[in-house]
Ligand binder design. Structure first.
Ligand code: FAD
Length: 293
C-alpha cells in the first residue's frame, strides 16, 4: 500500500508567519527577502514581534506598516504591557489603527532581566487579558493572544493557565497562537482541555523549525516550552554541518505538522526567525502552493 507521506490538499491549509523587527539594514534586507518569498503562499497574516520592554516600538511599527503598504499582506503587530502606562499603550494602538493595522497580538511580555518576575507599570496593564480589554476599548482590533500547551511558567497549575486563556478570549481576543512545542500529543491534549473549559476560539499551533538545539533551549526554558531529549540526539555531531541541520530541522517540523494535520489541524503559525526556506518547504509539503499558480 503506497500511501502518500504527506496528504495535505492544496487550498486546505492556511499559514501565518512571524518575523522580528530588524536591527540593521542588512537584517532588514534579509527580512524583506523572507517576506517576498513567503508572500506568494498567501498567508492568512504575518506578524511582527515586539522587543523586550517595548524596545522595538518604532521598529515594530515601521516593519508592520511596510509589510502592509509594500507587500500588501495582512499584518499583525505584537504589543506587550511591559514598561508602558495605559495612556502610552493607547497612543501606540491609535497610531496602529491610523496606519491601517487592524490585528494585534496582545501579550503581557516579560521583565527586562531574564528570569525576573514581571512587574506591571504602575499605570499600566497587569496582564494580557487586561490589555485585550483595553485595546477593544480603543478600537475594534482583531486580537490574537498567546497559549501554552506545556503551561506558562508563572501559572499556578495548567488549569489556572487555561482559565487565563479563557479570560483573554472572553475579553475580546478571537484566536490563540501557541508557544512552540514538539509533540503533537501535547497539542491535542491542550486543545481537548481548552475545549473542556468552554474555549471555542481557534488555537493555532506555533511551529518553530529548530536548526540549533542549544539556541532553542536558551529561550525555551523561560517560556513554557521544553526541548525534548531526542532532539539533542538528532543534532548530535552536526555542529559543523549546517546543510544537514537544515534538512533535519525541516524533517522534524514537517513531521510534527503532518501529525497535527492528521489530527485535524489546518492552520499553522510559523516562527520564521526571518528566514523563509524552512517555513516555505514545510508549507509546500503540507500542500500549499503559490496563490494564482
Ligand atoms: P498572560 O496571559 O497575562 O499570562 C502570564 C502568566 O500570568 C500566565 O502564567 C498566566 O496563567 C498568569 N495569569 C495572568 N492573569 C492571571 C490571573 N488573573 N490570575 C492568575 N494567573 C494569571 N513576548 C514579547 O516580549 N514580545 C512578543 O512579541 C511576544 N510574542 C509572543 C507570541 C506568541 C505567540 C507567544 C506564545 C508568546 C510571545 N511572547 C512575546 C512571550 C510572552 O510575552 C511571554 O510568554 C509572557 O511571559 C506571557 O505573556 P502572555 O501574554 O501569555 O501573559
Amino acid at each position: 500500500h503506497d500511501a502518500p507521506l504527506f496528504s495535505g490538499l492544496p487550498g486546505d491549509i492556511s499559514a501565518s508567519f512571524e518575523f522580528f523587527p530588524p536591527k540593521t539594514e542588512k537584517m532588514e534586507a534579509k527580512l524583506w527577502d523572507a517576506v517576498s518569498e513567503l508572500k506568494p503562499l498567501g498567508p492568512s497574516f504575518v506578524s511582527v514581534t515586539y522587543g523586550a520592554g517595548g524596545s522595538t516600538r518604532e521598529r515594530t511599527h515601521a516593519t508592520v506598516a511596510r509589510i502592509i503598504d509594500e507587500a500588501g499582506l495582512p499584518a499583525a503587530a505584537h504589543l506587550t504591557c511591559v514598561g508602558a502606562s495605559k495612556a502610552e499603550i493607547r497612543e501606540v494602538a491609535e497610531h496602529y489603527w491610523e496606519a491601517g493595522v487592524r490585528h494585534i497580538v496582545a501579550l503581557r511580555g516579560d521583565a527586562g532581566e531574564p528570569g525576573a518576575p514581571f512587574t506591571p507599570h504602575p499605570d499600566g496593564y497587569a496582564s494580557a487579558a487586561d490589555l485585550v480589554a483595553g485595546l477593544k476599548d480603543i478600537a475594534d482590533f482583531d486580537i490574537s493572544v498567546a497559549a501554552y500547551p506545556e503551561t506558562h511558567p508563572d501559572a499556578d497549575c495548567p488549569q489556572a493557565d487555561l482559565d487565563n486563556l479563557k479570560r483573554k478570549l472572553d475579553a475580546g481576543a478571537s484566536r490563540a497562537i501557541t508557544q512552540f512545542f514538539f509533540s503533537a500529543e501535547t497539542f491535542f491534549r491542550f486543545r481537548d482541555e481548552a475545549a473542556a473549559c468552554g474555549i471555542a476560539a481557534p488555537i493555532i499551533p506555533g511551529i518553530l523549525p529548530v536548526t540549533n538545539v542549544a539556541q532553542a533551549r536558551k529561550f525555551a526554558g523561560a517560556c513554557g516550552a521544553e526541548i525534548p531529549a531526542w532532539m539533542d540526539g538528532l543534532f548530535e555531531g552536526l555542529d559543523a554541518r549546517p546543510a544537514a541541520r537544515q534538512l533535519v530541522a525541516a524533517t522534524v517540523a514537517a513531521e510534527l505538522c503532518r501529525r497535527l494535520y492528521a489530527g485535524g489541524v489546518r492552520d499553522y503559525h510559523f516562527y520564521t526567525l526571518n528566514r523563509a526556506d524552512l517555513a516555505y518547504a514545510i508549507c509546500h509539503m503540507l500542500g500549499m502552493r503559490p496563490t494564482g499558480a
